[in-house]
Structures are given as C-alpha cells and as structure tokens.
Design a protein. Structure first.
Length: 327
C-alpha cells in the first residue's frame, strides 16, 4: 500500500487531499483502489502514515526491494535537526465510537439552494448591521432554513431544533448563541390572526376565503402545510410582517428545488426530496489511541443508494467532511 495525493476544486481554490491506496492483481492486470481517504496531511503526518504502512508491509512480507533500499538511504539523514520526524498514533480499534450525530442533509441542501440563489447576499445587503451577537441576516437564514425543513415556532427552533442539526458547523453559530441571543420565549404568546386589506367582510366570510386560498396555493404547487405560512402567532404588526417575509424568502428555494426536481425527472416533489436527504446525518468519529489520546474527526457517512441516485440526478456532490465555519 502507499499514499497518493488527489486534488479537488473548492470555492475556486485547488485543495490537496491524501488517500491510502492499495495495489491488487486481476485477470486483466494490476489495479489500484482507494482504501481510505486521509484528508489534509502535513509532512509529519504523511511520513507517519508512510511509516505505519511500511511497518505493516514489512510484517506481512509485502515490502518491495526499492522501498527497503529507500529506507536504508534515509537512515543517513535521520540525525539532521531539520529533517521532519514522522508522526503517527496506533488506534485502539476496539474503542472506536461515534458521537454527536446531527441532521446534515436537509440543512446542507437548504444552504446550497440559498447560496445558488444568492439569497444570503441579498439578506446581508437588505438587513442593516447592529450590535447583536448573532447578525440579523444570519438569524434570518436560520429561520428560513427551519421554515423549509421544520416549520415551527421560533422558540422551538432555538431551544430544541437547532442543536439537533449541523447548522452550527455550516453557519458558524453555536447553539447557545441562538438560544441566548434572542428573547424568543416572548414570541410564543399571541392569537390566531388573519390579516387582510379587505374591509366590510364578516368573520365567517374571511375564514371561508382563507380556506379557499389553499386551492390557489395548489395552483402554485405548494401546499399550506409545506411552509406553514399560516397561522401567524404574533401580536405586533412588525412581527407579522417579519413572519411573512421569512415565509416568502423560504418559498424561493422551495420553488427552485421543485424546478430542479422536474428538470431531473423526479417530478414536482421538493418535500419528498428534502425529507429523504434530511435522513443524512453528520457525526464525530472518535479514534482512541494506545497512548491515551483521542483523534476526533467530523464527517458525513456515505449516502444510501436511493439518496445517491437523488444527489446524482440533482447534480449535487455531498461532502464527506465538514469545513467548520467561523462567524
């Protein structure tokens, strides 16, 4: 086995990754396959992995003559202070575990649509900056994504839903800041409000018109339960307008996802696609070492066959590792 460098374009930049590669024989000749993706490695880490591979190959008798000759030549320089020393740890395989499993697929897809439509840029320009701990445009993104994935009250979003998702990694906002930076508990009280510019109607006529609006919504291929734009549980007019604003902005990526589904031959089924991809979770893989250290990496597991088909049809590439964003 050996390690090989691969390159990937990320945000217009060329990033190098390392992989553990194995050579094997087939009837059609020798072939190579990736055994494990190692991510980014510095020189010490790369030499440590190589040393571990060589030790394994030596023990199993797989190390070839050229490798042995190269190692003997390296001994001539091992006392040089400027030579990078290998760094590696032996993992206690019996203690490997998974922690901090959180919803990733849905928030990731929602953010992808938002970036594609440049809605985040629009919010940055439209909402003035203040002295708040979490910028208002970022708070708006949280509410919009929640409206797409889990329509519910702002109190529920702050106290329960947000911490169960990977948005803290994707947006760079810790869960405690979402819970503590907004007094969202005061938003849970209110009344059922139907707001209209029509005057002279009775309560019964307004209610009947509200029910009939579901047919108009169906014409726009969005159901009342999808984004839960009504009822509006707010008392103040600015809160009502803010709620409608969030629902309208969430409607834009919703419609865009529907169009992508139609173009990909999946029908107009944005809710089913969101629900299916929302089953993809991120997790922390913890590798305890025999020197009592723990190696922790946050990653995204391989999607199921059905999820992979959806991703391919939509032209999406699910990341295998999460680049933690700092706010």
């Amino acid at each position: 086995m050996f390690i090989r460098q691969y390159f990937k374009e990320e945000n217009g930049q060329r990033t190098a990754y390392w992989a553990l590669v194995e050579s094997y024989r087939t009837k059609r000749g020798p072939r190579q396959r990736v055994v494990a993706w190692l991510g980014k490695l510095d020189e010490a880490g790369r030499l440590g992995v190589k040393q571990a591979i060589d030790s394994t190959d030596t023990a199993t008798g797989l190390q070839d003559k050229s490798t042995r000759d190269h190692d003997r030549q390296q001994l001539l320089f091992e006392d040089d202070e400027n030579t990078t020393k290998p760094r590696w740890e032996e993992v206690n395989v019996a203690g490997v575990r998974v922690e901090n499993t959180r919803q990733f697929g849905g928030p990731w897809l929602a953010l992808h649509l938002i970036h594609m439509l440049q809605l985040d840029t629009f919010l940055q320009k439209a909402i003035p900056e203040g002295r708040e701990q979490v910028p208002w445009d970022v708070s708006s993104l949280i509410l919009i994504i929640a409206r797409l994935l889990k329509p519910s009250s702002e109190l529920y979003i702050a106290e329960q839903w947000y911490s169960k998702t990977a948005l803290s990694d994707l947006l760079g906002v810790p869960a405690h800041q979402v819970d503590g930076s907004r007094n969202w508990a005061t938003l849970s009280s209110g009344c059922y409000l139907l707001r209209t510019n029509v005057s002279g109607w009775s309560d019964e006529e307004l209610w009947k018109a509200c029910i009939q609006l579901t047919e108009a919504e169906a014409a726009f291929r969005i159901q009342k339960s999808d984004l839960s734009i009504r009822p509006i549980w707010h008392q103040k007019e600015d809160r009502v307008l803010a709620h409608i604003f969030v629902c309208f902005i969430a409607y834009v990526p919703w419609k865009s996802l529907g169009q992508l589904c139609i173009k990909a031959g999946l029908g107009n089924e944005p809710r089913r696609v969101l629900d299916e991809l929302s089953e993809i979770h991120s997790m922390d893989v913890v590798l305890p070492t025999k020197s009592d250290l723990e190696i922790r990496t946050r990653c995204v597991p391989k999607p199921s066959d059905h999820q992979q088909i959806l991703l391919e049809k939509l032209g999406l590439n699910l990341p295998t590792k999460i680049n933690l964003k700092q706010m």
